[in-house]
Design a binder for this molecule. Structure first.
Ligand code: ZN
Length: 134
């Protein structure tokens, strides 16, 4: 494998684990997943990398009772659209709480957890989830 593809892969892992996106220095808007250009400033936009704090609040959520493969032992679980304090919305699972504890605006923070045991391959995927910021 060429060193270039290894570094690209590593970059992808870093983004998934650390919530790394980008930000437009010109207007201040943050993007996740990362964007290479700002839709508002276009050519005037200056894009830089941004590591999100991982703090946010619940924008909307739903409780999943019929899971996709690999999530069977986790039902019911909560999938939420989380509004990061920097602005972007991310979709993530909220763990370690009851659905009744979650409302729009509930404060949450990112944790690093196992996401799924990938079916037949047995590969365990890790990534970010959110817990209540109690
Ligand atoms: Zn901009």
């Amino acid at each position: 494998m060429a060193s270039n593809s290894i570094s690209l892969m590593w970059r992808g892992i870093q983004q998934r684990y650390n919530l790394i996106g980008t930000k437009c220095k010109t207007c201040g808007q943050a993007f996740f997943p990362p964007r290479k250009n700002c839709p508002k400033c276009r050519r005037k936009g200056q894009i830089e990398e941004l590591k999100f704090s991982g703090n946010g609040k619940v924008f909307s959520h739903s409780v999943v009772h019929a899971p996709p493969e690999g999530f069977e032992n986790q039902v019911p679980y909560i999938i939420s659209l989380v509004e990061l304090e920097e602005g972007p919305l991310v979709t993530a699972q909220i763990v370690d709480c009851e659905p009744s504890e979650i409302q729009i605006g509930t404060k949450v923070k990112k944790v690093f957890r196992r996401v799924s045991e990938g079916g037949k391959s047995g590969i365990i995927n890790y990534g970010y989830k959110f817990v209540l910021d109690r």
